[in-house]
Design a protein around this ligand. Sequence first.
Ligand code: ATP
Length: 250
Amino acid sequence: MTAPVQPAPAAPATAGTLTVDDLTVHYGGVCAVRSVSFTVGPGESVGIIGSNGAGKTSTLKALMGLVSRHCAGITFGDDDLTNVRARDMVRHGIGYVPEGRHVFPGLSVEKNLLLGAYARRWNAGTRQTLQEMYDLFPVLGDMRARPAGDLSGGQQQMLAIGRALMSRPRLLLLDEPSMGLSPKLIETVLDVLIRLRAAGMSLLLVEQNAKLTFGVTSHCLVMENGNVAITGTSQELSSDSRVRQIYLGL
Ligand code: ATP
């Protein structure tokens, strides 16, 4: 049985559309992201696909304030996030699942989850969210006292998603959640994302796995060399001959 995941009650009632306007990222002389703009509407799932080095991770990191950037503006509903620090993004209803999971291997599964609730007070609401995570990911409940380092790659991915959900975000950013997972576990990740979308959460999914992305998103951007090369509905892109050849291997 799975419990519905509620959007963040602490986020402003008007929080809705994420708007990223003219985002550019440089690492020294390397331009990793060039004038990228997009929106994610309330309850919408948007994907960013592209091959290695296309600029997907840099786009998410820049959006989160984790790398320096030039940007005309980033807003989420009525909130101007252009100068908001990474650690404060969670207070605006944005959750982030980084590439490579970054769980704390020496801490228990439960402590890892609780770290995701750092911006919330520990009370009945937090306890309820923790229980929701164990309902959504029963394996985490079974292993709650074990060190996170004992978990398999797929279980650690569930933990990283669960940790981000502990803040009850309205918008969840995910960076390559399928990385290194078996096809069966990729199906599990897809299933979880579909359930979050059904619960009304907005998703921004960065992936090399185009098939997974098309299965959960309504719109996608295809990035190549730091640029947005193609945009469209996921249905349109999944039947685009170039996308099929390069990103679906068909
Ligand atoms: P992957 O799927 O491999 O993670 P990506 O699409 O996420 O690729 P980025 O990681 O954003 O791409 O990298 C975009 C470009 O920026 C690449 O050329 C990469 O080598 C470069 N880059 C990324 N991080 C740094 C960094 N810290 N310093 C210098 N260059 C970097």
